[in-house]
Design a protein. Structure first.
Length: 440
């Protein structure tokens, strides 16, 4: 009997009349049973509240329901605390103030199948770091397959597995884990997409990657045993292999998304076009991951960038140098007359130097950022050098999205002095393309 059948074996009346709910685990179990029996979140809230002991709280209810009824609170492109709050107000007759606080605290943590944005990521929502687009859970191993045990072993779990894709077939995978969901998740499914490397790509720029065996859009998740199965709290898994088949060498972005029986709406193709929508989806979705990271193929690299809005918008390109040899030269430019700019070739005087160039991008625009990276001799940088190029959306007071951005960044204090806000719209890391030659 699978997880769903076990839950359905109990009717909702049995759940609601089975005695006290004495701890948080029993609350999770009861909510999952209601879910599988097709009861709404508000019905389940009322029934659970009537049975829980006094030491359990409204906050506990918000936490449990934010995970079990994730589909109910998913608002097109993000987990919406206001929906959870309204439903708690209706079901439990809470004041708006109390319900808002409980809902916001609950949705600040992802509860379900999760992909890490970096090695230390524990699932806070929204994700506020700048490394969101370099997930260690998106794996490419060229034309050599990997076994689940290799990727899920404790000693390998914190390692990044990435080989720049070769022309032809590449094995790509997604690792994942049950984070903060105190019940079994029975049936996670993975989808993978790729796009031309760059920043702020709209949904139309993504192309679906099919599974290696069967050519399906969705892939199953394997456990370390090499078999599928329920994923209780803390359980790690990895998708079956997908086949990424580029016809030529070039820089790409790979996106992975995971859906479960509790969260079925995770489809990036359904994101409405718009700068805010792309940013919101990226930073509020714990079951998605990007990998934008590869080695130089030449001194000059092209990265796509978009303004998805129908208005001119201010963006800033920031290049953060790591271990770049002093004397190297970095440049950012666009040759398109509609959006022409050139930072010039800037000589690196410190291995951790930062370069920034701000531009106004025309409405509904797609362009190419031309990145030049060379050492003192005009060659590609050494392989141990890295330059992370980020695109930021600059909002000044009076911008139509300024107030929303203040809330998103939790930066209300910036409004006092009408400070400029910046929202991360993606990053791409280019490592050096020259091998490091031993001196021995």
């Amino acid at each position: 009997m699978d997880v769903k059948e076990k839950a359905k074996a109990k009717t909702s009346s049995e759940v609601s009349s089975s005695g006290q709910i004495r701890n948080i685990q029993e609350m999770w179990d009861a909510a999952v049973e209601f879910f599988y029996n097709g009861k709404s979140d508000m019905y389940a809230m009322k029934a659970i509240y009537s049975k829980m002991i006094p030491s359990l709280s409204y906050q506990d209810i918000a936490i449990v329901f934010s995970g079990v009824y994730a589909d109910t609170y998913w608002n097109i492109l993000f987990m919406d605390a206001s929906i959870l709050s309204v439903n708690m107000q209706t079901a439990l007759l809470l004041s708006k103030d109390v319900a808002d606080k409980c809902a916001c605290a609950a949705i600040a943590q992802w509860r379900g199948i999760y992909c890490r944005k970096d090695a230390s990521d524990k699932g806070s929502i929204p994700y506020s770091g700048t490394t969101y687009w370099n997930s260690i859970d998106v794996v490419c191993n060229g034309n050599i397959p990997l076994e689940p045990s290799e990727l899920l072993d404790d000693s390998n779990w914190i390692k990044s597995y990435w080989k720049d894709p070769v022309v032809g077939k590449n094995y790509v995978y997604t690792r994942c884990q049950n984070v903060q969901f105190l019940n079994e998740i029975a049936n996670p499914k993975v989808q993978m997409f790729y796009s031309y490397a760059g920043f702020n790509q709209p949904p139309s720029a993504s192309t679906q990657i099919k599974t290696y065996n069967g050519g399906n859009d969705e892939g199953v998740v394997y456990l370390s045993s090499g078999k599928t199965g329920p994923m209780p709290l803390g359980k790690k898994g990895v998708s079956e292999a997908f086949s990424f088949e580029p016809s030529s060498s070039g820089h790409v972005c790979i996106l992975s998304t995971i859906s479960t029986e509790f969260f079925t709406k995770n489809n990036p193709k359904n994101i409405p076009v718009g700068n805010w929508n792309s940013m919101k989806y990226a930073t509020w979705n714990g079951s998605s991951a990007w990998h934008n990271y590869s080695a130089q193929l030449s001194v000059v690299s092209n990265l796509a960038f978009y303004n998805q809005d129908g208005s001119p918008e201010v963006f800033s390109f920031v290049a953060n140098c790591r271990n770049v040899p002093v004397g190297s030269k970095i440049g950012l430019k666009s040759s398109d007359p509609k959006c022409s700019f050139d930072s010039g070739l800037i000589e690196i005087t410190s291995s951790s130097q930062q370069i920034e160039h701000q531009i106004i991008v025309p409405p509904n625009y797609r362009g190419d950022l031309i990145v030049t990276m060379s050492d003192m001799q005009g060659n590609m940088l050494p392989a141990n050098a890295a330059v992370e190029i980020s695109m930021k959306w600059i909002l000044n007071k009076g911008h139509k999205m300024y107030v929303q951005a203040l809330s998103h960044l939790d930066a209300v204090e910036k409004a006092i002095n009408s400070e400029e806000l910046s929202l991360h719209m993606g990053s791409y890391t280019l490592t050096g393309g020259n091998p490091i030659i031993s001196q021995n």
